[in-house]
Design a protein around this ligand. Structure first.
Ligand SMILES: [Zn+2]
Length: 342
């Protein structure tokens, strides 16, 4: 079955100030990538806007009101996060695209979907814009899947930054598993291996911090050592991916050293576990990725891993023995041993 892409040329209309890394040209990459896959016969659909009800499952009412009041205005929401006059509408489309992808996949119309969106979402807290993010798109998607009847949802976030917002929104919820690989220590400062959730949600937050310089072999170690075993034991009804591409070696913000092929391998590993656990239901929602060529190549590899029959899982070899993955596996295993067989 073919993958579905959710795409709109309106994502270029969100315009932070000149020089901002989360720039409109990123949306032009989405346009080119969508065109390329359209020519290969992949279905592309335009998103609807997210509703206030859908957003209110993960954001406070006062926060939603504050963001709505930026409609038509250029505002600075935090030191990194800005609106332009169209940002409110574009952000509603980004969250709506994630919701639409979930609906298509949960209904069985498609097995896999990729929402090509900006602004990104995983830093957005329940009541705070942060780190280029207005609405937490993937959190809105997870909450929507739960409303549609998913008993449990797993979110795997391979953006180079820790998804503080997503973690905090679900950290007391045992029905939504949050798993993150990220450079650490690094922005936003959260994501230590000892952060494992609160209350009934203890054990359902899984952090794999990686020191700067980590390579594909390190990601393979954390996938094989922690991420895949936890996903198999959790048995989600839907697998969501916070697909940031700023862990690419050419990214100007991140200090990790992945290649486009590594993003393809991670996505293939996740697709295969989705086929074991949840009838292949997998939805990727874009997050960061600030080198335009790396973004295009990594997106192609990700979409390619979800398109057509599942291929071989082939991790690229950097040839660098860094040990950073083994350190991360040891820390996460120590923190989570009481909750998962690792
Ligand atoms: Zn990022």
């Amino acid at each position: 079955m073919s993958v579905l892409l959710i795409h709109s040329d309106r994502f270029a209309e969100h315009q932070p100030p000149p020089g901002h890394p989360e720039r409109p040209e990123r949306a032009e990459v989405f346009d080119v990538v969508a065109d390329r896959w359209r020519q290969r016969g992949v279905e592309i659909v335009a998103p609807r806007t997210a509703t206030r009800e859908q957003l209110a499952r993960v954001h406070d009412a006062a926060y939603l009101q504050m963001i709505a009041e930026t409609n038509g205005r250029s505002e600075r929401l935090d030191p990194d996060t800005y609106t332009s006059p169209e940002s409110y509408e574009v952000a509603l489309l980004a969250a709506g695209a994630a919701v639409d992808a979930v609906e298509r996949v949960m209904s069985g119309a498609h097995r896999g979907a990729v929402a090509l969106v900006r602004p990104p979402g995983h830093h957005a807290e329940r009541s705070r814009a942060m780190g280029f993010c207005l609405y937490n798109n993937v959190a809105v998607a997870a909450a929507h899947a739960r409303m549609l009847g998913a008993r449990s949802v797993a979110i795997v976030d391979f953006d180079v930054h820790h998804g503080n917002g997503t973690q905090h929104i679900f950290d007391a919820d045992p029905h939504v598993l949050y798993v993150s690989t990220h450079q650490f220590p690094y922005y936003p400062g959260t994501g230590a291996a000892g952060e494992i959730g609160h209350g009934a949600g203890r054990g359902f937050t899984v952090n794999l911090p990686l020191e700067a310089g980590a390579v594909a072999e390190d990601f393979r170690d954390v996938f094989d050592g922690v991420i895949l075993p936890v996903l198999r034991q959790f048995e989600p009804d839907l697998l969501l991916v916070s697909a940031g591409f700023d862990a690419h070696e050419d990214d100007p913000l991140g200090g990790l050293r992945l290649t486009a092929q590594a993003f393809g391998a991670m996505t293939m590993a996740l697709r295969r576990v989705a086929e074991e656990c949840c009838r292949g239901r997998i939805v990727a929602v874009t997050e960061g990725g600030y080198d335009l060529h790396a973004l295009a190549a990594s997106l192609d590899a990700t979409i390619g891993a979800l398109h057509g029959p599942a291929g071989e899982l082939q991790w690229p070899a950097s040839g660098i023995a860094s040990g950073r993955g083994a350190d991360s596996v040891a820390q996460a295993s120590a923190a989570l041993r009481a909750y998962w067989r690792l």
